[in-house]
Design a protein around this ligand. Structure first.
Ligand code: ADP
Length: 284
């Protein structure tokens, strides 16, 4: 997306770990904070597409390298250079990875960084759904920006209220900005001042894997580009700017669906901008 990013985590010193390291580097992600271990193998996730196009995940984890990341292995001076710290909840399932993740998030928060959370619920990995919900609540209380799917939103709030009511419940936990991704329907965004839904972009979808990540990457890059460097500025973002950001992110998500895989399917900033131009033309 034209921004700069780095990854913090632990891989096994094996072929899969080296493959991930290489893949990140090829995609210009800084890997200096990646730790390698011989204590466990790199965790594996298989993504399959069912006949109806739905995704299914099969995980080979526990023991695996990423959950062995310790708080002491988090390079705080590395986070110091960032404007945004983004995390998900898979690293909150097992210790010491959970403590390591919270250590990074708490430190970044106290240093005035913007904290972004992708709820990314993977039910099969949790000991129980109650445990998942409880941990997600803690994670939400630490985040300024949250991205959830409709299903995750219903799971977190435990009810079937309107999207407005459900996102209000998320905002009440602390975040200032909530994005709900709606698949082909685009997205819905809510702040303390406004809410808006932005229609999706029509594409021939072949595989939606990675769409949510492309969406979030686009949102975070655009927010930093427009000058968001401090969580307190979130409330200054106007409705029209937010709509523009949502369209940009919907395009990034939609284009990712047109190719197989996650990382190989991610569009470049130029791809997204080209489509953005067409959307603007059509709107005139
Ligand atoms: P997640 O991958 O996190 O479940 P979604 O599947 O909702 O998230 O996708 C994220 C974003 O990608 C959506 O908000 C939308 O902008 C775009 N997107 C996803 N699926 C499609 C699709 N079939 N057609 C067009 N855009 C899509």
């Amino acid at each position: 997306m034209g921004g700069s990013s780095g990854f913090i985590g632990k891989f096994g010193e094996d072929e899969f770990g080296r493959f991930l390291l290489r893949t990140l580097e090829e995609n210009h992600v800084d890997t200096r904070a990646v730790v390698l271990t011989r204590e466990a193998k790199t965790g594996l996730a298989f993504v399959t597409l069912k006949d109806n196009g739905e995704r299914e995940f099969i995980f080979y984890r526990q023991p695996c390298a990423d959950i062995l990341l310790t708080p002491e292995e988090i390079a705080i001076q590395y986070i110091e250079q960032a404007k945004v710290l983004h995390f998900g909840t898979v690293s909150l399932i097992v210790e010491p990875g959970r403590s390591a993740t919270y250590h990074a998030v708490q430190w970044a928060r106290s240093a005035g960084k913007i904290i972004s959370l992708d709820v990314n619920l993977r039910e099969a990995l949790w000991p129980s759904l109650a445990a998942a919900r409880q941990e997600i609540y803690t994670a939400l209380s630490l985040a300024h920006i949250v991205k959830v799917s409709e299903e995750e939103l219903a799971f977190i709030t435990g009810n079937n209220e309107s999207i407005e009511e459900e996102t209000n419940q998320i905002l009440a936990l602390g975040p200032g900005l909530v994005f709900v991704t709606l698949g082909a329907g685009g997205c819905y965004v809510k702040t303390k001042h406004f809410a808006t839904a932005v229609e999706g972009i029509a594409v021939q979808a072949v595989d939606t894997t990675g769409a949510g990540d492309a969406f979030t990457a686009a949102v975070l890059t655009r927010l930093v580009e427009i000058g968001l460097h401090d969580p307190r500025q979130i409330h200054d973002i106007s409705l029209s700017t937010m709509q523009e950001i949502c369209t940009f992110a919907n395009i990034a998500g939609a284009l990712t669906c047109t190719k197989n895989g996650a990382i190989p399917a991610l569009p470049t900033k130029a791809d997204v901008e080209e489509r953005m131009g067409q959307v603007r033309m059509n709107a005139k």
